[in-house]
Design a protein around this ligand. Structure first.
Ligand SMILES: Nc1ncnc2c1ncn2[C@@H]1O[C@H](COP(=O)(O)OP(=O)(O)OP(=O)(O)O)[C@@H](O)[C@H]1O
Ligand SMILES: [Mg+2]
Length: 433
């Protein structure tokens, strides 16, 4: 007979291995660090300018950061902060290197979501975040998945559940209940309205006193922050069901949206959500807070099948929210609306007949909702291990440059299409935050 104690034992020995892998992966200091980028990468792949032009500029202007010189003296290597300083200070052909952004608008929010497990959500979210940061955007990632793949990949593995989406939900319940109670007290209806009470197990957690910024952790990418997740945040699904009971007027699905609205409006450019492979309180919060839905799917028949059922379940779940009492402002009569919805094929192998046939089928069915460029299956990503590193983090000197270029270019092309989608949606965004 096996019970929870056996499961605990198995978990403990698994955690030991995880710790060991982390030490191997993130040494020294057990902390994830970000490598420097070579002048070849900075010029040709990041700024998209000729390498000689770039080198000429550096030589001509001593006020520009000059990076660190490689042992053999051929390449200079720049930190991300230096890349961003160069971007701010340099102009090429009188053109700024700063990324496009509609002025005065809050950050755009994109949910990478599919209820299908293993669809490539975390890989897509991680690579889009890194590509966006290299493109000069300031990114906030929110890990909605207690599997915490994105958090672990970004080097955050010692996370308390208070500082996850669960904490944001519980804090929102406390704040919303207080707000509703003071509104009822202030009402001049003359009727005595009962005050909503939260049990001390919630009211006394101290979560109500946390500030908005307390949920945000820095990562080794100076322009990427993260609201991390952890295994313990899994109970959000049970807890949220109880919370709804405590205050049935609480719009539980809008908690993260409200939290994001409270961030300083110029703190970030893009907010990217990595969603769990399930419909629930966390994934509904992600979807509800999103301006744009990005739906990755593998190229197999069953993945197509699951993606279809994802759209169906999502549509039903959103229909259920139509007419919910305390709906945040700015939404249509049909409840939640998105500025765009895109499907993206992942792990695609161009030489595989089945993949090609499925790609055609996806395009026939989803038409121009389908991203034109799939993310191809790459060995570099497949082999990057438990603590996923993006191809942008991998050093091309650790593999053949051709392998790295191929892997990187599939993510670059997918990112460029993503950026164009996001910029078009951003332009259409009414800024009501
Ligand atoms: N382009 C790719 N090339 C090679 N392997 C990939 C690629 N994209 C994803 N994978 C691999 O597929 C697996 C699933 O990917 P990922 O974790 O991104 O999916 P997910 O949708 O986030 O999964 P979950 O539903 O469990 O959250 C991982 O092992 C990942 O390394
Ligand atoms: Mg995932």
């Amino acid at each position: 007979m096996l019970d929870y104690r056996d499961l605990q034992e198995l978990r403990d020995s698994s955690l030991k291995l995880q710790g060991w892998i982390r030490r191997q992966t993130f040494s020294p200091g057990h902390e994830k660090t970000l490598r420097r980028f070579s002048s070849w990468e900075v010029s040709e792949l990041i700024f998209r300018v000729n390498q000689n032009t770039f080198r000429g500029r550096l030589a001509a202007d001593p006020s520009l950061p000059s990076g660190e010189v490689e042992q053999d003296g051929r390449q200079r290597w720049f930190s991300l902060d230096e890349v961003n300083e160069l971007r701010r200070k340099m102009k090429i052909n009188r053109k700024s290197l700063m990324p496009a952004r509609p002025t005065g608008k809050r950050a755009i929010r994109v949910a990478v979501s599919n209820f299908k497990g293993g669809a490539g959500k975390s890989t897509t979210a991680l690579h889009l975040a890194h590509a966006a940061a290299l493109d000069g955007y300031r990114v906030l990632c929110v890990d909605f998945d207690p599997q915490a793949t994105l958090s672990h990949s970004m080097g955050l593995s010692d996370v308390s559940e208070d500082h996850t989406v669960w904490g944001i939900l519980a804090r929102d319940l406390i704040h919303e209940t207080r707000r509703m109670n003071s509104a009822t007290q202030g009402a001049e209806s003359g009727r005595h309205m009962p005050q909503r009470r939260l049990p001390t197990s919630i009211a006394d957690t101290g979560l109500g006193e946390l500030r908005v910024a307390d949920f945000i952790k820095p990562t080794c990418w100076s322009t990427i922050d993260l609201v991390p997740s952890c295994a313990n945040a899994a109970f959000v699904e049970f807890a949220s069901a109880q919370y709804r009971h405590m205050n049935p007027d609480w719009s539980f699905f809008a908690a993260v949206s409200r939290w994001l609205d409270a961030l300083p409006r110029d703190a970030y450019d893009m907010v990217i959500f990595d969603c769990p492979p399930a419909i629930g309180y966390q994934s509904m919060n992600a979807v509800f807070a999103a301006d744009v839905l990005y739906v990755p799917s593998g190229p197999g028949y069953w993945e197509y099948d699951s993606t279809t059922s994802f759209i169906g379940q999502l549509s039903e779940a959103l229909e259920d929210l139509v007419g919910f009492g305390d709906f945040p402002a700015g939404k249509s009569d049909f409840g939640k609306s998105f500025l765009d919805i895109r499907f993206l094929l992942t792990r695609y192998e161009p030489g595989n007949d089945l993949h090609r046939a499925m790609k055609d089928a996806f395009h026939k069915v989803f038409g121009d909702r389908m991203a034109l460029h799939p993310i191809e299956h790459t060995r570099a990503v497949e082999q990057s291990g438990r603590f996923l590193s993006s191809v942008y983090e991998m050093d091309y000197r650790d593999m053949t440059r051709e392998t790295w270029r191929r892997a990187r270019s599939t993510f670059d092309v997918a990112y460029e299409e993503f950026r164009d989608t996001v910029l078009a949606a951003w332009d259409n965004m009414e800024d009501d935050a």
